[in-house]
Ligand binder design. Structure first.
Ligand code: SAM
Length: 318
């Protein structure tokens, strides 16, 4: 596979994620009133275990993100790396949990699409305008910069240009910073993803990194997952770093992070508020609980912290 074809296939993965999130939220697994503006139709039915998997992913990531925002009293910034068409900024605005500034990074073509949607859909653009103080809102095809929300087109494999672009848009390295990557690092080689994680550790003295992706990929079920993605020409260059929860943690511990933890998603699922889990389990009948278990054991959340300001970030957990 040549690299343009595989980069294009990687960019297309953001549609998969959004389509699955759109479907699950339309079935009331969770509320997302904004995702409809990024994918118009609800699309075809997804299997219940897929919906439950997305539920665990969204709730799991939100749990750590919201805990960080509360711990820092929103006096912080968030950087979503490989954000795709993610709607978290709008949720945080509605829940009064907005950081000082919310940054998103993705390939320029993905960013251009997202900006087009924001420009043409008032429910998306209104919150940006409302939280902006001057009339100088920057909006062109490849970047959007307002006081509280900024999207940048960049390739995460080119760290110096990433760093330069973020600084151009008033990134403040001294502010407590949450970095998020959700199903993104697996598309890079282990050395490229280590560079991202290392850059984050070097740049931000007080920070938390939350990474969601595949894990336990060396067993048979994992091999089948890899084959399915490869059939779609996706370059899973980073799968080596997804061998185990330990390899996930080591990526952080080897690059300057003070502490790191990782859980597989079956464990996360069992630690989420169980009244809500009971509610979503009533939404659709699931025949084979074992399939859900196998699927969730092959995804993980890994998080790492550095805490120069001694805010107690290492206490953040499930
Ligand atoms: N994080 C979003 C979510 O969970 O809904 C999107 C996930 S999607 C599976 C992966 C995203 O990472 C895509 O939007 C893709 O364009 C982006 N991505 C992958 N490699 C990248 C790179 N080298 N530079 C910038 N973005 C990248």
């Amino acid at each position: 596979i040549d690299s343009d074809t595989s980069d294009e296939a990687v960019r297309a993965t953001c549609d998969d994620a959004t389509i699955c999130k759109r479907f699950a939220s339309s079935k009331s697994y969770w509320k997302d009133p904004y995702i409809q503006y990024f994918v118009r139709s609800v699309g075809e039915r997804k299997a219940p275990e897929i919906n439950r998997g997305y539920y665990a992913r969204v709730q799991g990531v939100n749990h750590l993100l919201d805990a960080f925002l509360r711990k820092t009293q929103c006096d912080c910034q968030v950087i979503n790396l490989g954000a795709g068409l993610d709607t978290t900024f709008w949720r945080l605005k509605d829940e009064n949990l907005m950081p000082r500034k919310f940054f998103e990074v993705d390939f320029p073509t993905v960013v251009a699409r997202k900006i087009h949607n924001i420009k043409t859909k008032p429910p998306l653009s209104k919150p940006l305008i409302e939280t902006h103080s001057t009339d100088s809102l920057l909006l062109d095809a490849h970047s959007l910069d307002s006081d509280r929300y900024c999207i940048i087109g960049a390739d995460l494999r080119d760290i110096s240009s990433l760093d330069e672009k973020l600084k151009k848009f008033q990134l403040n390295p001294e502010l407590p910073t949450l970095l998020l990557s959700e199903c993104v690092l697996v598309y890079m080689t282990p050395s490229q993803s280590s560079n991202v994680v290392h850059w984050a550790a070097e740049t931000f003295p007080t920070a938390m990194f939350v990474n969601y992706e595949q894990v336990n990929m060396s067993d048979r079920f994992g091999q089948v997952m890899i084959e399915n993605l490869q059939r779609r020409q996706c370059n899973l260059a980073g799968v080596e770093a997804c061998q185990s929860l330990d390899t996930q943690r080591e990526r952080f511990l080897k690059t300057g992070w003070e502490q790191s933890d990782a859980l597989d998603m079956m464990t996360v699922y069992s630690m989420l508020p169980q009244d809500d889990v009971a509610r979503i389990e009533r939404l659709e009948f699931l025949d084979e609980r074992e399939l859900l278990q196998q699927l969730l054991q092959h995804y993980s959340i890994c998080w790492a912290t550095k805490d120069k300001l001694k805010l107690g970030l290492s206490q953040l957990a499930f």
